[in-house]
Write a protein that binds this ligand. Structure first.
Ligand code: SAM
Length: 202
């Protein structure tokens, strides 16, 4: 039901999404994806909630990319962005990824973890599909532990149903196999953060 409402609202938002999101997030998403480096030959990389594919122009060629999203109309736009990269697109739920364990070297979660109703479930799934020592790139907006942010907390139950939650505290999410390597303010005075995690090798 929650997924259905989100799918419906992102279907309506699809034609407006790039106009609202592309410019303000360009530099931050470029910085996040620069962590891939240029040597990506042979890597399997998953983009969770790929949306209209705003990340695609910054993906180095050589890797095999898979993009998954709940919303067909967002995926339709992502498809138009594919040029030289090897990108497969699937419609599906990042809280129940349709992929086997340990099949991706890198998972990218840009503006998706706080969109889904159950971020911990999405984080668990991303971790499950990562190979040991695989990397997880997160770019999203999080409250800090203990941050009051009354407006964001008050609005979250409403706008969370149609677009994104605004009350998620990153530090309240965890997975025993994940280690935070870097955590950097990315946008809006540090509300948006760029977080790099590594899955344990054992
Ligand atoms: C804020 S957009 C982010 C899109 C893209 N990652 C970006 O950085 O611009 C959130 C996307 O998540 C998708 N979405 C929402 N819930 C989802 C779910 N449970 N599984 C997969 N995608 C989902 C929406 O359809 C939408 O395309």
């Amino acid at each position: 039901m929650l997924n259905q409402t989100l799918r419906h609202s992102y279907s309506l938002l699809a034609p407006l999404y790039d106009g609202m999101v592309a410019a303000p997030t360009r530099a931050a998403r470029q910085r996040s994806l620069a962590q891939l480096g240029e040597e990506v030959q042979g890597l399997n990389i998953l983009l969770c909630g790929i949306g209209t594919g705003l990340d695609i122009p910054y993906l180095p060629t050589g890797a095999r990319y898979t993009g998954i999203d709940l919303t067909y109309r967002m995926l339709k736009r992502a498809k138009r962005r594919i040029t030289t990269q090897d990108v497969s697109l699937h419609q599906g739920d990042v809280m129940q990824l349709p992929y086997p364990d340990q099949c991706f070297d890198v998972v990218i979660m840009h503006l998706i973890l706080v969109v889904v109703p159950f971020p911990q479930q999405a984080l668990d799934e991303a971790t499950r599909v990562l190979v040991p020592s695989g990397k997880l790139f997160i770019f999203d907006k999080f409250l800090k532990p203990g941050q009051r942010a009354p407006v964001r907390r008050m609005l979250s139950p409403l706008i969370g149903k149609i677009a994104t939650r605004t009350d998620v505290v990153f530090e309240e999410l965890s997975h025993p196999a994940l280690t935070v390597l870097t955590d950097t303010p990315a946008l809006a005075g540090g509300w948006f953060r760029q977080i790099l995690l590594r899955k344990d090798s054992a």
